[in-house]
Structure formats: C-alpha cells, structure tokens
Design a binder for this molecule. Structure first.
Ligand SMILES: [Zn+2]
Length: 189
C-alpha cells in the first residue's frame, strides 16, 4: 500500500472524527495500551501524546502492538477493496492536481469504466466525489489551522473554480468555508 501524505495533525483529526474514509490507509497505535486501531474506531480516544501513526500493518505489528477487538484493524480487505484503497491513497497524495478519471484509472492499471464500477461497488461513491471529499477535508483543515484566505484555499486544495469549491464545501460540511472557520457550523455525521 502506498503511504499517504498526511501530517500527524491531519491524521489526529481523522481519528477524532472517526473518519471511515481513511480506514486501511493508516493505523493508530497507542503506546500506553499497546493496541492499534482503524481511524474510524469508536473506542474512547487516547491522549494525543500517547499516539503514534503507522502506514503499514506489518510495521505496527512488528512494533509490538495488538489489534483492537472493537474495530478489528487486522481484518483483511477483499482483493477489490485493496485495489480501491490504492486508488484512494493515490487521490489523497495527488488531490492538488486536476485529475480526470482516466489519470486515476491509468494509475491503477484499469479501464475508466471498470474502475468507476469497482469503486462504486466498494464505497458507494465515484472516484470524483471521493476526491472532492478529500479536498474538502483538506480545505477544512487549512481553514482551522492557517490564515490562508478562502480563495487561496480553494486553489490550494485543487479546485479549479470558487463556485465549485463553495458548492462542494457546503455539500460536505453543511455550511460555508467562512462559517466553518468561525466555528458556527454544525457538521452532520
Ligand atoms: Zn479500535
């Protein structure tokens, strides 16, 4: 599995949000309990200082961590899901680029038609909508952690126009980027 380019802070946010989109892409290891979890695990959150992140399940196992009984991170994904997870890792690492379905399919060695069908079957989304959510996650992170303007963030996360950015942001976060930054936004889970 390609390792994904997310900072510690971003990974921390995903586990606080129990974000299933990132399952299988990294693992949360808790130094005090020696247990490791999926990002979406619903168990009580560890203290930030006790957390380490691993991209690879073999590495986390070799480091002496045991799989959490609740989220069962060691359960293997189906071969189809492994392909889809590789595609998702590619999307996370290339979200800034103006990707079209063919680029994504070429990278996975599949036809665009087959990729879209497989992706939909495994995630109930298209690569396009998934990429949009990854970009919005990135934008939300930048809104909270930087002083970049909405416009700068729009292009930074790979949107080609502000109207698309605002529309996608509202669809995912149920509010505008400015409302989100001010903290006057109530996310629907
Ligand atoms: Zn767990």
């Amino acid at each position: 599995m390609a390792s994904i380019r997310l900072s510690f802070e971003e990974k921390w946010e995903k586990i606080i949000a129990c974000d299933r989109k990132y399952d299988g892409l990294f693992f949360t290891a808790v130094k005090t309990t020696k247990i490791y979890c999926r990002p979406s695990c619903r168990s009580r959150k560890p203290k930030k200082i006790n957390v380490e992140f691993y991209d690879d399940i073999t590495e986390v196992e070799n480091a002496g961590f045991r799989a959490c009984k609740r989220c069962q991170p060691e359960i293997e994904f189906s071969p189809h899901m492994v392909v889809v997870k590789e595609v998702i890792a590619f999307l996370i690492n290339h979200y800034k680029q103006d990707l079209i379905l063919k680029d994504i399919a070429d990278q996975a060695g599949l036809s665009p038609f087959y990729l879209e069908r497989l992706f939909k079957q495994e995630t109930a989304e298209t690569p396009r909508t998934y990429l949009e959510k990854i970009r919005i996650d990135k934008a939300a992170y930048l809104l909270k952690s930087t002083a970049l303007t909405n416009l700068e963030i729009c292009y930074e996360v790979g949107f080609q126009s502000t109207s698309t950015f605002y529309k996608a942001f509202r669809t995912v976060k149920q509010c505008s980027p400015s409302e989100y930054r001010r903290g006057t936004c109530y996310e629907l889970d």
